[in-house]
Design a protein. Structure first.
Lengths: 320, 295
């Protein structure tokens, strides 16, 4: 019962935070001197006051801010995100967001998976032989890849594989007019590799450090001393402890899954949420910006809530 | 030996310090070394290969690439430096104040910090820069606004930990005044991690500014930044990809040097232990967290 009440309280807190965050952003976007309309059509607002008034009425900007926010929030409850102003004039924001979010999750999910598998392998291998060539390579790789900005890494890959070798397409998500998975895969390779490269080094280093720390513990010496084979020592005795903090780190990745690819998407003109945010901001398309911000806020608040609840279920001491 | 002395005698520390100093001086002296300014160029000399007059060639508007690298470095490095000085200062003051206040005040203050730390930074930087407009000071202010919480957190945790130490209790029992306790007893324990975090964060700051400028929300042309130079270079990758090499290498050089400097600083401030395995693990987790948050 306690657990249920706790969950309910955390949910309520999360909802309040979400409302506060969206209201704050709404206020910021609409508080610019001159109002949103001035951004959209510039100084010509003053040229034809009647036309400006008609435009304001059309976009609903003639109503007071609080009424507009409540209208927007009320629409959300029935799945209506409002209509885009500039990027796709008049079209509902919801489907635009859904398509972009899908594209982004395919990109970031694949990259995270690749980084976890490769990083895990490299991390384990280098933890088992500290000081080996692979271990030193991991150190150097994480230093260089961690230092290179994502967009430059992407450009270098673009120059090598799209320009010089012409093996892969330079940007986009699919060849226009074609809709088969194999074609989409070709467009995914470079962005996924760019995004994964930085993470492989980070995860590799993390797994290496966690495992090395674990391998020095007493219970592993006991396991070895009683004659267990090395694979059993590693998998049954070292891995579970070493992996526990990894789960906590993974929960930090959820917002990055949604928002972490903005720069990569820009480099490769990949039609994801990050690139949609860039176009929406450049065009001052506030309904679109609000929709993207909402998805981000839900991802951030939701993932921390889920992580906290999972931890609380696992560890009752933290629940008081 | 002081921490600075140990840093200078640290094998990588020395090399890295010299590298960063040379680069910094070269960029700071851009008005002397390249008095023509970053915007001088001739449209009859576009996209030239490197020669005796233009050591790294010219860009798509006939401007000298080396000149623009120096002037761009002035912008990119000075922004990183400014944020590296201001954000830790603000954060430390806030964190220490929160630690010194009663928990009823201090804990809500830190709750706000936790909230700010949870925000994915790049999207927020983009939204705020759209609202305040691009430019040098916009970038500095927006970055400081979301960099200080990390230092507030470090200062708060460090100070709270030290406040409970018996020797602080002893100093208080002897009648030492609060400012004296803060300065002589708390600060030495807090300063080390803050300095290391400030140094390690240089990498993320350079990457953040160049990313924002690359996307067109930070430093906008004609003022050069290593980021917007790369944006311009990307439009020419089909006919002159070499343009994309130099600014990227410059960023890489600075961020690798800053990372190594942070490691060396950590060793210099904590000379009793060699690089232990557990410390490597902390470093790994920390680097990972800051990477993801910066993204």
């Amino acid at each position: 019962m306690l657990r249920f009440r706790y969950l309910l309280r955390r949910l309520a807190q999360a909802a309040v935070t979400l409302v506060a965050v969206t209201a704050l952003l709404f206020g910021l976007l609409h508080a610019i001197p001159g109002g949103p309309l001035r951004n959209l059509i510039g100084e010509s607002v003053g040229a034809d006051p009647a036309a400006a008034e008609r435009a304001e009425a059309l976009l609903g900007l003639d109503r007071p801010p609080l009424e507009r926010y409540l209208g927007w929030a009320g629409g959300l409850l029935v799945g209506d995100f409002g209509a885009s102003w500039v990027v796709a004039p008049g079209r509902p924001v919801g489907p635009l967001l859904l398509t972009a979010l899908g594209n982004t999750l395919v990109l970031t999910g694949t990259a995270l998976l690749l980084a976890l598998v490769l990083g895990g392998l490299v991390g384990v291998a280098s933890a088992l032989r500290p000081g080996s060539a692979l271990d030193l390579g991991l150190g150097l790789g994480s230093l260089l890849l961690g230092g290179a900005p994502t967009f430059w890494l992407g450009m270098v890959l673009l120059i090598v594989f799209a320009v010089e070798l012409a093996w892969l397409p330079a940007g986009g998500a699919q060849t226009i007019g074609r809709d088969d998975p194999l074609d989409r895969l070709r467009y995914l390779v470079l962005p996924v590799v760019t995004l994964a490269a930085v993470q492989v080094a980070a995860w590799g280093r993390y797994v290496r450090a966690a495992l090395l720390e674990e391998l020095g513990r007493d219970h592993l010496r006991t396991a070895r001393a009683k004659g267990l084979p090395e694979t059993v020592v590693l998998l049954r005795h070292a891995a579970p402890n070493a992996l526990t903090p990894l789960v906590a780190l993974l929960s930090l990745e959820v917002p990055a899954l949604v928002a972490g690819a903005t720069v990569t998407e820009a480099v490769f003109s990949y039609p994801g949420l990050g690139r949609l945010l860039l176009s929406a901001l450049r065009a001052y398309d506030w309904p679109l910006v609000q929709g993207i911000a909402l998805i981000l806020a839900v991802a951030v608040i939701g993932s921390s809530l889920v992580a906290e609840v999972v931890v609380a279920i696992l560890n009752p001491r933290l629940r008081a | 030996m002081t921490a600075l002395g140990r840093l200078v005698h640290h094998p990588t520390g020395r090399v890295v310090l010299v590298t960063l100093a040379l680069l910094g001086v070269a960029c700071a002296l851009a008005p002397v070394l390249a008095p023509g300014g970053p915007e001088a160029g001739s449209l009859s000399e576009t996209l030239r290969r490197p020669d005796a007059r233009h050591w790294l060639g010219t860009d798509e508007l006939g401007r000298d690439v080396l000149t623009r690298l120096l002037w761009g470095g002035r912008v990119s490095l000075s922004i990183a430096l400014l944020v590296t000085v201001v954000a830790p200062a603000v954060g430390t003051a806030y964190g220490l104040a929160a630690a010194a206040s009663p928990p009823l005040v201090g804990e809500p203050l830190m709750r706000a910090v936790d909230g700010l730390l949870a925000v994915p930074r790049l999207p927020l930087y983009l939204v705020l820069l759209t609202l305040v407009g691009p430019g040098y000071w916009s970038v500095v202010i927006v970055m400081v606004a979301f960099e200080w919480p990390e230092f507030a957190r470090l200062a708060y945790i460090g100070a709270l930990g030290t406040l409970r130490e018996p020797y602080v209790e002893a100093a208080r029992a002897q009648g030492a005044a609060e400012p004296r306790i803060l300065h002589a007893h708390i600060w030495p324990g807090v300063a080390g991690p803050l300095l290391v975090a400030a140094a390690v964060g240089v990498r993320a700051r350079v990457v953040a500014e160049t990313s924002l400028s690359y996307l067109g929300f930070g430093i906008v042309p004609p003022t050069p930044s290593w980021g917007n130079m790369l944006a311009a270079a990307q439009s020419r990758i089909w006919d002159y990809p070499a343009l994309a090499v130099y600014p990227g290498l410059a960023i890489l050089l600075v961020s690798v040097a800053a990372t190594l400097l942070g490691d060396a600083l950590r060793d210099a401030l904590d000379p009793t232990t060699a690089i232990s395995r557990s410390r490597v693990s902390e470093k790994g987790v920390h680097a990972h967290r800051t990477d993801r948050l910066a993204a």
